[in-house]
Write a protein of this length. Structure first.
Length: 395
């Protein structure tokens, strides 16, 4: 047996990390403040296995996303988890979007993603109701049951001698030369190494551990609708818009789920709580921490028009439907039914820069994952391997 590693967070990144550490002979304890796995980002995302298409060539998102599209598929198939590699379309609805579509294709080629530019006629063979002047067909994108992945990871961790403990809100972290002691509301846990995969609270955990993180987690809520059963036949698979290269969100899109329903969304609005899944959920501490971070005001000044548009779309189902009609024009007026929302833990620098890649900070016997938004679920097994490589390495 190697070292005892304490992992904070039972989302897919924390569980993948603990699973990999267990495979390498470490004793692992996962501490989760909720009563189940995957209660936040992992359990409220769109369920998409991304291909690595969008990300800067050579970045961690690009390399791990591309590798993760295969490793996540293989893991799901090996363990009987529902998965469907159905491919997707990224559609240009106006000629003005064609240069951005071509740039996306070049990125895909550079990242080793199986994709090709197709005509509007070819696109409508995949999606007869789509509006497009050209599209990118991406074959390696799919959907998977990420909650099922997390439940399987938990089982495998425990079968390998590790433990996943719930109701363990971390309130203190003391690091010494020979190990780390993590205090929760109900006990203490001592290990030789500590890995922070706490997602929405990762920067706070880092501060508890004695670090001064270079980033602050700013929460952005993404809201979803479902198409009514009468309208869901108009979407056969996954349909995405050409993203704004200046904005780190992909725009509202369509995802056909395993049960035949179609999810539409998400938008991206500033959340008034780190776990704020609706406008009614407000946490004054969270709002104050965000407001005191200078980067938020710099970002707001730069993207104020986009922020207003996203907020209005959040408050108006008619506006949300209008955005979706840019992709599927013949959606009826009563085609949307509200469904769940998710909150993205987005790391931001003091200068207002949104961290574009996976981001880690290190301390003695500590590894902190401080930015792991999409495609982190896709790349989770790869992230777990990267973290495991660093456990025990002196900094």
């Amino acid at each position: 047996m190697k070292s005892h590693v304490i992992v904070a967070g039972a989302g897919i990144v924390g569980l993948s990390t603990a699973y990999e550490l267990g495979l390498r002979g470490h004793r692992v304890t996962v501490l989760e403040k909720e009563d189940a796995v995957a209660e936040h980002q992992t359990g409220n995302n769109s369920g998409v296995i991304h291909s690595g298409l969008y990300y800067k060539p050579g970045s961690l998102k690009a390399t791990m996303g591309q590798a993760g599209s295969l490793s996540m598929k293989n893991f799901a198939e090996e363990h009987g988890i529902t998965v469907d590699i159905c491919g997707k379309l990224v559609v240009a609805t106006e000629d003005s979007q064609l240069p951005a579509l071509q740039e996306l294709y070049r990125r895909g080629q550079a990242n080793g993603v199986p994709c090709r530019v197709i005509t509007s006629e070819e696109a409508r063979e995949y999606e007869p109701h789509v509006r497009t002047v050209s599209a990118l067909r991406v074959e390696s994108t799919g959907i998977v049951d990420y909650r099922g992945v997390c439940n399987t990871l938990r089982r495998l961790i425990e079968e390998n001698g590790g433990q996943v403990l719930f109701g363990q809100k971390i309130v203190g972290i003391a690091s010494k030369n020979d190990g780390v002691t993590v205090s929760t509301k109900i006990g203490e846990h001592r290990g030789e190494e500590f890995v922070n995969c706490a997602g929405l609270h990762s920067d706070r955990i880092a501060r508890l551990a004695g670090l001064t993180p270079q980033v602050r987690i700013i929460p952005f809520r993404g809201e979803y609708f479902e198409l009514t059963p009468q309208e869901s036949h108009k979407v056969k698979g996954l349909i995405y818009p050409v993203p704004d290269p200046e904005f780190p969100f992909l725009g509202v899109h369509f995802t056909r789920m395993f049960n035949g329903s179609v999810h539409a969304g998400p938008n991206a609005v500033f959340a008034l709580a780190r776990e704020g899944y609706s406008w009614r959920q407000i946490n004054p501490r969270d709002v104050l921490e965000s407001a005191m971070w200078p980067g938020l005001w710099i970002l707001g000044k730069k993207f104020w028009r986009t922020g207003i548009d996203e907020t209005l779309r959040s408050l108006s189902q008619k506006r949300f439907l209008g955005s979706l009609r840019e992709l599927i024009p013949d959606l009826s007026d009563d085609s949307l039914v509200p469904t769940h929302a998710g909150v993205r833990a987005q790391a931001m620098k003091r200068d207002g820069t949104l961290v574009d890649d996976f981001y880690f900070e290190r301390a003695h016997r500590q590894i902190h994952v401080l930015n792991a938004p999409s495609p982190a679920a896709t790349a989770a097994l790869e992230i777990g391997q990267r973290i495991a490589d660093q456990v025990g390495v002196t900094v």
